[in-house]
Design a protein around this ligand. Structure first.
Ligand code: SF4
Length: 154
């Protein structure tokens, strides 16, 4: 199962995390941090969602908001409650958390300096963006998530 791939939608905005939903009637207060996953145009224009994840390349909303992000077929398995990092500048998408998985892990920093001999990488410079994305994702996770494995390496 691939966890990351690239979409052809690119624009100028810092990376962000979104929770996937297929419910176009979500409360407005939740939509700003959610991606509506659609195959066909929804019955009403889904205002307020951060982005639309489209499973149909031809889908366009005709408006600037929310942006349509064609989902690569490799990531079409995402379901309600999953969380995805969107990097608009490069078009990179990464599935950060899967609601149905019992083995989610959360990358919080690449800057661990314990220098264990078996470590697969030397410490990198502190990276605030990695921590910010991890931090932003936690409130979006399902309340019944049994556990998380914090990671300090990539
Ligand atoms: S990331 Fe883990 S294995 Fe690597 S140096 Fe830090 S504690 Fe050791």
């Amino acid at each position: 199962m691939l966890l990351s791939d690239r979409t052809n939608a690119q624009w100028n905005e810092p990376p962000f995390v979104v929770r996937v939903t297929t419910d176009s009637s979500r409360p407005f207060t939740l939509r700003a941090r959610e991606a509506l996953l659609v195959k066909n145009p929804p019955p009403e224009h889904p205002l307020g969602f951060k982005v639309l994840f489209s499973l149909n390349d031809a889908l366009k909303t005709g408006l600037n908001e929310p942006r349509v992000v064609p989902l690569p077929s490799t990531l079409s398995y995402v379901q309600d409650g999953d969380i995805v990092i969107v990097r608009p500048a490069s078009g990179d998408l990464r599935v950060l958390y899967r609601k149905a998985s019992l083995h989610n892990s959360l990358m919080v920093t690449p800057a661990c300096n314990n220098l264990c001999v078996m470590c697969s990488q030397p410490p990198r410079k502190a990276d605030d963006e990695t921590f910010r994305l991890a931090w932003d994702s936690i409130p979006l996770m399902d309340i019944d998530t049994p556990g998380l494995i914090p990671l300090a390496i990539t």
